[in-house]
Ligand binder design. Structure first.
Ligand code: NAD
Length: 365
């Protein structure tokens, strides 16, 4: 029984492409969990992305933003697709809804777990001898600073030459607050933080490293190491198992989180969480709207369901419920159930069937 009697609201934003299909499975699972644990969680759906452009002429309608503000967390499907590719880049559904949402709520923390269980090591593109025991990496990326947001960022024409400029900028406050998250997460894992930078070249990276070292003094039990970005890309491929928590500035984290993700074998099983210091967050699959498989009942719903699990853990502090989802997914995969993306020419089940099998594993627990 749930002792936590607090009432919660989740804003559900299915979005475009496979978003609504995989979201349906996550909502089915939430319904089962609400009953099992007597959870007081209300959900309400809102439009975002391409579908919102079609209905309201803008990718992040006021009604959606208002609904998110009134909620305790946001569960998002995916955004975008070829239908809206004709729009200028600043009006594209992903750019004009996700980025403002991140900025508006100050989601500076981005967590991307990449977990390969030994039973699924054949899914990894790496050699079996490297991944035979699986791996479990948590990539922590600073999400609203660095080169993606630094000013100036513009094109300049001067002396018959055409230039473009982007600015990498970080201050110690921004670095400290994300570093603290990494050390706190490491306390619940294997007590290791690897900070990635390019401090042999970049001033911002020098400040990054110095500040991370300062923060680490408060966490004497945690082993901190530093690695240059170029070397990190190689070392992760060579031996992912030696990494635990990885801490990165925005651009570096963009690359490293995708690299760690693909080493697990499928984008359809990768969740992500973006949240702020109050624990208010947005949870979504790491992949996109997969227009190539939209409407075919082929999408893997696991990334969406794991995103729900992260939401329950980080925003609603329901660790037990979150752990149950994770173990039910693991059991379902160990039983041999596979969606198309992870079937490698063998027998596969549909999006809906995968949702149902996970529910069976939850009920059996
Ligand atoms: P994508 O992630 O949508 O697809 C890449 C490949 O992975 C495709 O073959 C797809 O079928 C597969 N895939 C993705 N998720 C899957 C799942 N759950 N199950 C099984 N297979 C899955 O990337 P893309 O094709 O480059 O982009 C498609 C659209 O999504 C674009 O409009 C892009 O801008 C948008 N996009 C949105 C987000 C987001 O919503 N956060 C992120 C990335 C891309």
């Amino acid at each position: 029984m749930n002792k936590n009697k607090k009432k919660y609201k989740i804003a559900i934003l299915p979005g475009d492409g496979i978003g609504p299909e995989v979201m349906k499975e996550a909502c089915k699972i939430l319904k089962v969990l609400k009953k099992k644990f007597n959870l007081k969680i209300k959900t309400k759906k809102y439009d975002i992305g391409g579908i919102a452009i079609d209905k309201y002429g803008c990718a992040l309608p006021k009604k959606t933003l208002k609904g998110c503000k009134k909620s305790d967390a946001i569960l998002l499907g995916s955004i975008g697709g070829p239908k809206w590719d004709y729009l200028p880049s600043k009006n594209r559904p992903e750019i004009s809804s996700l980025l403002p949402l991140r900025k508006y709520f100050n989601f500076f923390i981005n967590l991307r777990p990449s977990i390969l269980i030994p039973e699924l090591n054949n899914l990894s593109p790496l050699k079996k001898k490297i991944v035979k025991n699986g791996f479990n990496i948590l990539c922590i990326r600073e999400l609203i600073g660095g080169i993606y947001f630094g000013k100036p960022s513009k094109e300049i024409k001067k002396n018959n030459k055409h230039y473009a400029i982007d600015t990498t900028i970080y201050n110690t406050y921004e670095i400290k607050r994300i570093a603290k998250i990494a050390f706190e997460e490491a306390k619940n894992r294997n007590y290791k933080v690897t900070s990635i930078d390019k401090s042999n070249v970049l001033k911002t990276s020098k400040l990054w490293r110095k500040t991370v070292i300062k923060v680490s003094k408060k966490y004497p039990k945690i082993k901190l190491s530093h690695i240059y970005f170029d070397n990190a890309v190689m070392q992760i491929i060579k031996n992912p198992k030696k990494f635990d928590v990885i801490l990165c500035p925005n651009l570096i984290g963009d690359v490293i989180s995708d690299e760690c993700g693909i080493l697990t074998g499928s984008i359809g099983m990768l969740p992500s969480a973006s949240f702020n210091e109050n624990g208010f967050g947005l949870y979504e699959p790491a992949g996109g709207s997969a227009p190539d498989i939209q409407g075919k009942n082929l999408a893997n719903p696991i990334a969406q369901i794991l995103s729900l699990s992260m939401l329950l853990k980080y925003s609603l502090k329901m660790n037990k419920v979150s752990n149950l989802i994770n173990s039910a997914i693991k059991k379902t995969l160990i039983k041999g159930f596979r969606t198309y993306d992870i079937s490698y020419g063998k027998k596969f089940i549909t999006t809906k069937q995968m949702g149902n099998e996970i529910i069976k594993s939850i009920i059996q627990d």
